[in-house]
Design a binder for this molecule. Sequence first.
Ligand SMILES: Cc1ncc(COP(=O)(O)O)c(C=O)c1O
Length: 440
Amino acid sequence: MNAPAHPDLSHLWMPFTANRQFKAQPRMLASAKGMYYTSLDGRQILDGTAGLWCVNAGHCREEIVQAIARQAAEMDYAPGFQFGHPAAFEAATAVAGFMPQGMDRVFFTNSGSESADTALKIALAYHRARGEGQRTRLIGRERGYHGVGFGGLSVGGISANRKAFSGALLPAVDHLPHTHNLEHNAFSQGQPEWGAHLADELERLVALHDASSIAAVIVEPMAGSTGVLVPPKGYLQRLREITERHGILLIFDEVITAWGRVGAATAAEAFGVTPDIITLAKGVSNAAVPAGAVAVRREIYDSVVDGVQGGIEFFHGYTYSAHPLAAVAIQATLDIYRRDRLFERAQALAPAFGQAAHSLRQARHVIDIRNIGLVAGIELAPRAGAPGARAGQVFQRCFEQGLMVRYTGDTIAVSPPLIIDEAQIGQIFETIGQVLKEID
Ligand SMILES: Cc1ncc(COP(=O)(O)O)c(C=O)c1O
């Protein structure tokens, strides 16, 4: 096949990408439909990662495309400050309808990073409105990912992301330990048995800093970006119990885990633990338009909004909060999730998916496999002196063989659209298994 005509690649500074390496050997995508991308050189690529954990209903869904097209022609943009438009309110109602009971007030953003920073600011505003403005400390977790804004980065715990900026992060922040432990939990299926006690570290931080200084704890219920860390049984329940006891808000960053990924609308629902604030993005609009949201308990909204006599209550927002195109994409997306029962589908497929993932247990290089819902992490032994190189090679070879996966460090992550079928699940893990045989 002739080499495809690439555009000039030199001007674009690509995010989270080895730019020089990519431009020497580009992986270019041209179109997408359903479970597949088509590469620029005309190959079908099975989407094993729902794009970036976000295209949960599959690509280019007609209803979403039509909704966006109609809205773009009708009203392209409306300011969200001091003006409203019906789709913004309808989208908020639609999102609220999927949240745990009582978490029915919704603030719109454009991304997961903005949702994380917005959630942290809501926590500070809430305490301040209730006369506890001294509660400013934020607690994150090692290996956590909450996007790339300074707030999310500060509470995040992925060292490579923090390194260049470590001198300029928020000061009043501390971190819980992560829950990854191969000695106790290797090859756990679903939630590991060991590790609930790690939540008790929060008591140590409370003792150290005093509860009266702590505003919020933020965790991903399942840590995705760091390489799929499934919460140990009882861990989230303990975090909830400790935060509640000390008047600390609990924020679940559900940018990845919401919208069916773990078999329910939210991980909060799937794991039976209700936080105070939930951050959303990615699957909320099926990624067809950039969109994010923060859902809060009604009491949080009421405290902030009633805490101010006249005027703006919360000095925060984005030019594109509840952008009309995002607002209609969100509604069309959530309609599909409900109509096609995609969260139930994810739950029904989860056992077969988990079994297929764990079929790689004996494969070369594999030191752990983790899974929950339609997510799996396959951890490989790192090459001596070259962490990430082995998983990077798997990623590249899979792409060459028509499969998109992700990798972080030496963990391969799989998180397909929820419309996947069993044959495609088989194809994903067979391809990975084949590649593992071929590489050193
Ligand atoms: C849990 C979590 N929070 C925040 C983000 C950041 O989202 P975005 O890239 O849309 O800013 C991500 C992205 O993967 C995420 O997984």
